[in-house]
Design a protein around this ligand. Sequence first.
Ligand SMILES: Cc1ncc(COP(=O)(O)O)c(C=O)c1O
Length: 277
Amino acid sequence: MIAYLNGDFLPVEKITISPDDRGFQFADGLYEAMRAYGGVLFRADEHLDRLAYGARQLQFARHDFTTVKSIFVELLRRNSLENKDALIYMQVTRGVAERTHAFPPADTPLTIYIRVKFFSGWPDELQNGIKVISVPDKRWSQCHLKTTGLLANILAHQQARESGAAEAIFIRDGFITEGSHSNVFVVKDKKLITPPLSDYLLAGITRQAVLEIASGLKIDVREVAIPASDLEDADEVFITGTTVEITPVVHVNGKNVRHGRPGELTIQLQKEFNLLK
Ligand SMILES: Cc1ncc(COP(=O)(O)O)c(C=O)c1O
């Protein structure tokens, strides 16, 4: 597997990153994960805009990553993935500097690492749905930034896995925020509901695609706070994300969602989403 680090294309096992990298020392970094379907990048501009937004918010020295798209294409080519389904992972950190909380000098180059792999998602879960658990949202209050500081997400996800579920849904002050690596939608009385964007959740690219599809289908969409109890009372629940696409949730905290099968609207949205890929 050939990966990219700071201008070089190298076998991934030859890549080394300094222990003084601020990504390693402080999780002082941002990341993006995006898909290519049949070799075609999916909404790469939106992913790179979100990265640029994060870089501005964190006062990184570089805020424009539009040229990186050609590196994605080159990496797919070098890994014989130019016609395949793939996952692209990109990480940007504030660079290598002596460990101190203060930012390094402004001319310190950012560390940019990109790798790709063959990836075709989780077909069984897309068709049959998943179990989830809800957990307290113990993360910081800047979850709209896609930083590499994911410890609370990892711990919540591991808790879900150990309880036989596939995702953990965060609850903050009695309301749903998002999943450990996904956004959350519920359907109630034919209304499609998702929490409004705020500092407490990521503006998911897949979430946005679903909102666009729903608006095209004239579905009644509400971006409003969802009480935790609605997770168990909803007619349908699904999660969205780059890796999970639109995955039905059929079981919450040990109880079936309605009849324990993917809902009608969820399936309709999945079909429309597949047309966009
Ligand atoms: C915490 C969190 N929320 C939501 C999402 C979904 O975002 P996207 O649809 O852009 O992948 C992700 C994706 O990784 C995530 O990590």
